[in-house]
Design a protein around this ligand. Structure first.
Ligand code: ADP
Ligand code: MG
Length: 135
């Protein structure tokens, strides 16, 4: 396991941009951390690293945003059950060849495929975060 200390959201994005280069299509990455930890900031960096031009915004209300089939960015905070997630078809994107980034994946735990990668972001100060890469 690897970890990185970030001193700013720019640092987090730059780290995520480098992490993105280690990913391949079909990878499912769980983004763990409390509210405000920087999961969405990290997702923005991954998108940049993948060369996605479109601005990444929090999918809190849509549950999942699709960036050209190359990146699927989930926010499952408001998902109430695996049944709901299944009904919404959220599991359908895991094997479509794009990279999946999932915030609040614990709310869809029973739907997750095997072999997910995990990023855990811990707030260690106002602008400081420790980012753990758990493969
Ligand atoms: N080192 C840092 N890394 C990431 N975000 C940071 C950092 N320092 C401060 N922030 C701020 O923390 C907030 C993180 O928000 P966001 O990414 O939406 O969190 P989450 O998606 O985990 O709820 C942003 O307002 C960001 O500017
Ligand atoms: Mg978020």
């Amino acid at each position: 396991m690897n970890s990185f200390v970030s001193k700013s959201s720019e640092d987090t994005q730059a780290f995520a941009e480098r992490f993105a280069k280690t990913l391949k299509g079909g990878d499912v990455v769980l983004l763990d951390g409390d509210m405000g930890a920087g999961k969405t900031v990290f997702a923005k960096g991954v998108a940049k690293g993948l060369g996605i031009q479109e601005e990444v915004t929090s999918p809190t209300y849509a549950y999942m945003n699709d960036y050209d089939g190359r990146l699927f960015h989930y926010d499952c905070y408001r998902i109430e059950s695996a049944e709901q997630a299944e009904r919404l078809g959220l599991a359908d994107y895991f094997d479509m060849g794009g990279i999946c980034l999932i915030e609040w994946s614990q709310n869809i735990a029973s739907l997750l495929p095997r072999g997910c990668k995990r990023i855990r972001i811990v707030k260690t100060g106002a602008d400081e975060r420790e980012i753990f890469v758990e493969e």
